[in-house]
Design a protein. Structure first.
Length: 279
């Protein structure tokens, strides 16, 4: 039996991971903005679920909940950071508040969660951190600039600290799913439209979202149960995989993006060398 701390556990991938862990006999410290939405799993698995309200934009609350979880569970083997939200709109359409929320939920919150759990993981001699990211941390699309910025940002942070925490037996994995059949689309923050963008790619994205009725992922190829199973399985892989690209759409999109960037870098090889001091 292992013990997990899961944020964003009340819906989507977080919910699927929580339910599969409990069904397999593990114990879960499950958090959500409204932990009452986890009451059904508490009843189904009495004694195996520890719950707490947690808004990941509240750094003080993160530290308090993490401290309580480690104190009451004794040891946490895996921290699954899964809370997140999307914002849609052209860069100039987004309000200051929407930009701040994207950074707080998708980047600053996960960063502060990692900072809060690291002392406990070091003290217990190791553990695993798994961060839900997205294929959107490797690719980008019009109308989602701040979503991509926040996801690229949190991956930059995690990439940097992998080497910092490895000496303490702490592994880090970034999960990059493609489109998965969850309720993600229903929780989007959508900016007020500027007519100037109506005939642009941003306008086309907006039309697609409005036409979906909030069910953006209804025909998505990604199966949340299989995504959850892959995430759980990764926790026992040694060494920790740096990234999990999950979904055929994610694989194709990420591979194309990385290949394209590599071609651009290679095309500039001579120019790069020309800016050095002469030998």
């Amino acid at each position: 039996m292992t013990q997990w701390l899961v944020t964003g556990a009340s819906a989507g991938i977080g919910r699927a991971v929580t339910e599969q862990l409990l069904a397999a006999g593990h114990r879960v410290a499950a958090t959500a903005r409204d932990a009452a939405r986890l009451e059904d799993v508490r009843r189904s698995y009495p004694g195996a679920v520890w719950t707490a309200d947690l808004d990941v934009t509240d750094t003080a609350a993160i530290r308090a909940v993490v401290t309580r979880a480690f104190e009451e569970l004794g040891r946490i083997d895996v921290v699954f950071s899964n809370a997140g939200r999307g914002a849609v709109g052209a860069a100039e359409e987004l309000t200051d508040e929407a930009i701040a929320e994207q950074v707080a939920v998708n980047m600053t919150g996960p960063i502060q969660l990692v900072r809060a759990v690291l002392p406990h993981l070091r003290a217990q001699g190791g553990g695993r951190i798994i961060q839900t990211s997205t294929m959107g941390a490797q690719i980008s699309s019009p109308g989602a600039s701040m979503y991509h910025a926040s996801k690229w940002g949190v991956e930059g942070f995690l990439e940097s600290i992998i080497g910092e925490v490895a000496p303490f037996g702490i592994g880090i994995t970034m999960v990059e799913p493609g489109s998965v059949r969850t309720g993600f689309g229903a929780a989007l923050s959508i900016a007020e439209a500027d007519p100037a963008y109506a005939g642009t790619p941003v306008g086309q994205v907006r039309q697609f979202i409005e036409g979906s009725g909030g069910n953006l992922t209804g025909a998505a190829p990604g199966d949340p149960a299989r995504v959850a199973a892959a995430i759980i399985a990764s926790a026992s892989t040694r060494p920790a995989p740096r990234r999990l690209v999950l979904g055929s759409d994610a694989y194709q999109a990420v591979r194309a993006a990385l290949s394209g960037r590599l071609r651009e870098v290679e095309a500039g090889g001579a120019l790069a060398a020309s800016t050095d001091f002469p030998a």
